[in-house]
Write a new protein. Structure first.
Ligand SMILES: Cc1cc2nc3c(=O)[nH]c(=O)nc-3n(C[C@H](O)[C@H](O)[C@H](O)COP(=O)(O)OP(=O)(O)OC[C@H]3O[C@@H](n4cnc5c(N)ncnc54)[C@H](O)[C@@H]3O)c2cc1C
Length: 470
């Protein structure tokens, strides 16, 4: 019998944990090779957990971050056994520790043949195209190093892309040494001198990281943060009691943003009347967010993105309490100045960048800085992503961006929908690219569950392919 093959493109959390879950599938042995394609120096950490800076913390406590949904203590046990818990502050550990954890988990799968017969190998390159197999079913994945991988099934686990360019054309400033378009790139802050003036665009978790990084580097220059809503991520409340779900009784069937908001507000008020913070009320919505999102027609989803997504993001994606406290101090002491509005134009001069910030109903504001750092969050609008693989699949009509710019169109299992809404038998995706289906498809709890269900589905597909061959 011919060996089957699955190619996973992208070896961050999503792709690596999919490989780990494939290796854990039970049942009759598989005759299958799993190819994990990742250009970084090691698979596992991906974009989020690569940065080697001790002040970059995970935004939820370690107890919520096991790689395995059915083994909730797994990460905490790993921290204890390896001694990496020394790096944690009040239950919040460093992202670099988490990267090492993931690297070790996927490393075991790469080093040892799995009990179920799957053989996983890492290709330290990037995928440039996925094309139909000219010699039969399946596809051929072409790597940047020239290698071709014949694949029965292909999974796109491409993750988060650097933030969108912040202004309309012209974009001459993109090549200026003081413009930092990718705050997560290695050494992103290294060219900033202690006395340089720095402008951050955006006030979410990335801006928090950048400010903590600059503070740790002894930065003394002027720090300004421009954002449309002017809010900062709320502080996490570890140990807050849970709040009961009210989806089935009050939210099911609500098809407008306004109706859902009204019910949620009532519950926040009820919680406050009982002396509870608002955070557990929002957290209780989390398992039901895909159903709430799917219950809204496109126009309502668009309304939510226009009016509430910015606020939702700072309420839902919280800072470790210690980080929130430092940001509060930086603001209160005037060390960090805030501007409301969005960058409309950036003009580069020899040493500086001149930025115009606009806000509806207010006069434009201009300021000069030696460095501008885009902290507006990952770009997931697949209409605009210029990665060669994404461009090739988009032009071939195999990857269809959603109309709201959140990710790719998929069916409920993560199979890509083509231009005629036909689900692919070959191409699947996992990770933030699935936001159009769920809205929240970003954090570890959602992604580890996707890895389990997608691994099972791919296992079934392999069995079907093997059955068809007998
Ligand atoms: C800075 C940051 C911090 C975060 N912190 C947290 C946190 O504390 N807690 C939490 O729950 N979530 C956090 N997240 C959310 C994050 O989305 C997930 O936790 C998770 O890391 C996503 O993993 P991923 O594999 O889908 O994406 P990524 O980590 O982006 O990995 C995708 C990988 O695909 C590779 N790739 C891309 N294109 C190709 C190609 N053509 N060929 C081959 N490989 C390719 C990239 O090199 C990359 O390594 C954070 C996100 C960011 C950006």
């Amino acid at each position: 019998m011919q060996r089957r093959s699955i190619t996973i493109i992208g070896g961050g959390f999503s792709g690596s944990m999919l490989a780990v879950q494939l290796a854990r599938l039970a049942g009759q042995p598989f005759q299958c090779d799993v190819h994990l394609v990742e250009p970084r120096p090691a698979p596992g950490p991906g974009l989020a957990y690569t940065a080697r800076r001790s002040e970059y913390l995970l935004n939820v406590p370690a107890k919520a971050l096991s790689a395995f949904p059915e083994e909730p203590d797994h990460f905490q046990n790993w921290l204890r056994v390896t001694g990496a818990d020394q790096d944690c502050q009040a239950g919040f550990c460093t992202r670099q520790s988490y990267g090492r954890y993931l690297q070790q988990l996927v490393g075991q799968v790469l080093e040892w043949p799995s009990m179920n017969g799957m053989n996983c190998q890492w290709h330290n390159s990037s995928a440039q195209s996925v094309e139909p197999n000219p010699d039969g079913p399946g596809a051929v994945v072409r790597l940047r190093n020239g290698q071709l991988i014949r694949s029965d099934l292909v999974v796109l686990a491409l993750g988060n892309f650097p933030p969108a360019v912040p202004t309309p054309l012209p974009h001459d400033y993109l090549s200026h040494r003081g413009y930092h378009g990718s705050p997560w790139a290695s050494g992103a802050l290294s060219g900033i001198k202690p006395t340089d003036d720095v402008l951050l665009l955006g006030s979410g978790l990335t801006a928090v990281d950048v400010l903590l990084g600059l503070r740790a580097d002894g930065h003394q220059g002027r720090l300004t943060v421009a954002s449309q809503h002017g809010r900062w991520p709320a502080a996490a409340v570890p140990g807050a009691p849970s709040y009961p779900s009210f989806w089935a009784t009050e939210l099911a069937g609500l098809s407008s943003v306004g109706a859902v908001l009204q019910v949620v507000r009532q519950h926040v008020a009820a919680a406050q009347a009982q002396g509870l913070p608002w955070q557990p009320v929002l957290d209780s919505l989390r398992p039901d967010l895909p159903r709430i999102w799917a219950g809204w027609p496109l126009a309502e989803q668009s309304r939510f993105l226009r009016h509430l997504a910015g606020i939702w993001s700072v309420l839902r994606h919280r800072s470790p309490p210690g980080n929130a406290e430092i940001i509060g101090q930086l603001l209160a002491s005037g060390r960090v100045q805030q501007l409301r509005g969005r960058a409309r134009e950036i003009v580069s001069t020899d040493d500086d960048l001149l930025v115009t910030v606009s806000r509806a109903g207010h006069p434009d504001q201009q300021l000069t800085a030696q460095h501008v750092i885009t902290c507006t969050g990952p770009l997931l609008d697949y209409r605009r992503i210029q990665e060669p693989l994404v461009v090739q699949l988009r032009e071939a009509g195999q990857l269809v961006p959603d109309p709201l710019g959140l990710g790719m169109l998929t069916d409920a299992d993560g199979a890509l929908l083509d231009a005629s809404s036909q689900a692919s038998d070959i191409l699947f995706t996992i990770g933030p690219s699935r936001r159009p289906a769920y809205f929240e498809s970003t954090a570890v709890p959602e992604l580890r569950a996707q890895a389990v269900t997608l691994a099972r589905l791919l296992g079934q597909r392999l069995r079907q392919l093997e059955g068809a061959e007998v």
